[in-house]
Design a protein around this ligand. Structure first.
Ligand code: HEM
Length: 485
């Protein structure tokens, strides 16, 4: 008892937060939907660093960029692990993927490989010219059936990421086998990792129980999900290897890594899968948000179109080389990234050693979440944060631009999103080309558009209807022109 009293006195308290009940702690306080809203409220009440405790597990929530930088950037060496998710990670096998890989040697090798790909200028230039061509194809599809906008964005983002990771061209018509496989595996991942979805995630010891015991049906499901994941990892890999052997493989992330021969094949295969998984739904969300923002703010769209017309003219589609001459359009794109937060609570970081920050205790094994949504909607950083206003990113006399959201939206420290260069490029080219040729407005049937979003690790704008038409006869011609590959 004396020992416990002494050690208890020596251990600093956890960061403040809502009152805890015996045993279950804050289990009943945990919001089941859009947790970033509740987390932000706790931030307003208890301060930028708040904590809750769910069944003995401390979760520390960071509600400002400053504390996120202090903890996740500056103490990155001890805050860069990931929590173990028994069902999705160990039983289904997603723990082989970079996003769930524990901090350590394998993690470092993955990150080094990703860096060698995205830091290679020639490779990135190849990717850019492919992205310009693929975005042009996207414009054609949207103009032919604008009512299927979300489907077109899904398919387009899927085809960009499959092409970049594997050099694979998605089938023009009908169901594509790799796209369907990827969608099924991602949907199963969502189910297997959903908080509260499987008891085995909260009580990992259950995985050792024999399968005849009632309540262990998760094992059978895990086996099915594992089968889908194994096919998602292996089939595109085999496809690339076959083409490499025949000398017909297109340049891609996997081709580049396998050609270098210094990389372990198994790890290169899983890195390609990790980038495919990380990139398949995220950019979709930003592009969909752009269309919604334009339907709601015609004056912003008109201003960007005027700028694009003056720089690009009406005889060609814009390209990456125009970026430096489009300050207002660039500000509009930053505002899309800020206004709609794609990964609102980031991905959880796990603390690797007991730590004390500002007098608060963060035990080894506890979880830290960055409330990125709060940071991108914080009135201390962004004036009228709920307003869609690109001007906030332009300097004017006596006014500095507000913080570039790229500093926040891709997370922090050693776990920062490795696909950010690609994500920014894809979103940029899609928005600039769409602005050059489309007029986006409210749907003629008068249906309202709400600014709501879906819940989840990756949040999407809720569905809406809008009208999308070529801006002029010249724009219609540009859309229909042959795609320059
Ligand atoms: C608008 C688009 C995107 C946003 C907002 C975004 C945001 C994020 C965030 C917040 C994280 C967690 C960082 C942390 O733990 O602190 C992350 C991780 C990750 N992202 Fe992205 N991302 C985007 C696009 C992409 C793309 C296109 C790819 C692949 C090409 C990608 C691949 C990954 C991977 C593999 C991880 C896990 C990294 C790790 O655990 O070490 N992301 N992303």
């Amino acid at each position: 008892l004396v020992y416990r009293l002494v050690t208890r006195r020596r251990t600093p308290p956890p960061p403040p937060g809502p009152r805890r009940l015996p045993f279950i702690g804050n289990l009943l306080d945990m919001p089941s939907e859009k947790p970033w809203i509740k987390f932000a409220e706790w931030g307003d009440t208890y301060g930028d660093i708040t904590s809750i405790n769910v069944m003995g597990q401390q979760i520390t929530i960071l509600n400002s960029m400053n504390v996120a930088v202090e903890l996740l950037d500056k103490r990155s060496a001890i805050c860069s692990d990931r929590p173990r998710v028994t069902m999705a990670g160990e039983l289904v096998g997603w723990n082989q993927n970079l996003g769930l890989t524990p901090y350590g040697g394998r993690f470092r090798r993955f990150r080094r490989m990703a860096h060698s790909v995205f830091g290679n200028r020639q490779l990135m230039m190849d990717f850019q010219s492919f992205e310009e061509a693929e975005t042009h194809r996207f414009l054609k599809r949207v103009v032919s059936t604008p009512e299927d906008l979300q489907h077109h964005i899904d398919r387009f983002s899927g085809s960009i990421i499959l092409r970049i990771c594997y050099g694979y061209d998605v089938k023009e018509d009908g169901e594509d086998p790799f796209v369907s496989l990827g969608s099924t595996a991602m949907a199963q991942f969502s189910l297997a990792s959903a908080p509260g979805g499987f008891v085995v995630n909260s009580v990992p010891a259950l995985r050792h129980l024999p399968s005849w015991i009632p309540g262990t049906s998760f094992r059978a499901l895990a086996k099915v999900y594992k089968g889908t994941l194994e096919r998602m990892v292996q089939e595109p890999f085999d496809w690339v290897k076959k083409r490499m052997a025949a000398g017909t493989a297109e340049q891609s992330l996997l081709h580049y890594l396998l050609e270098r021969k210094e990389e372990d094949e198994y790890e290169a295969k899983w890195l390609a899968l990790s980038m495919y998984a990380g990139g398949s739904h995220t950019t979709v969300s930003s592009i969909y948000a752009f269309f919604k923002a334009m339907a709601l703010h015609p004056e912003v769209m008109a201003k960007a179109q005027k700028e694009i017309d003056s720089v690009v003219g009406d005889g060609r589609l814009p390209g990456f080389s125009d970026k430096k001459d489009l300050p207002y359009t660039n500000a509009l794109i930053s505002e899309v990234h800020r206004w709609h937060t794609v990964v609102p609570t980031g991905l959880p970081h796990r603390v690797m050693e007991d730590d004390v920050y500002n007098g608060w205790f963060l035990p080894k094994g506890s979880i830290v979440l960055a409330n990125i949504w709060k940071m991108t909607h914080d009135p201390r950083t962004y004036k009228n944060p709920m307003l869609f206003n690109p001007e906030r990113f332009l300097a004017s006399e006596g006014k500095d631009p507000e913080l570039d959201p790229s500093e926040l939206i891709f997370g922090f420290g050693r776990r920062i999103c490795p696909g950010r260069v690609l994500a920014e490029a894809s979103v940029w080219i899609t928005i600039v080309m769409a602005l050059a040729v489309f007029d986006i407005s409210r749907h003629p049937d008068g249906e309202g558009i709400d600014v709501d979003v879906t819940t989840g690790t990756v949040s999407l704008p809720t569905r809406f209807k809008c009208s999308i038409k070529p801006r002029s006869a010249k724009a219609a011609q540009l859309i229909q022109a042959e795609v320059r590959a």
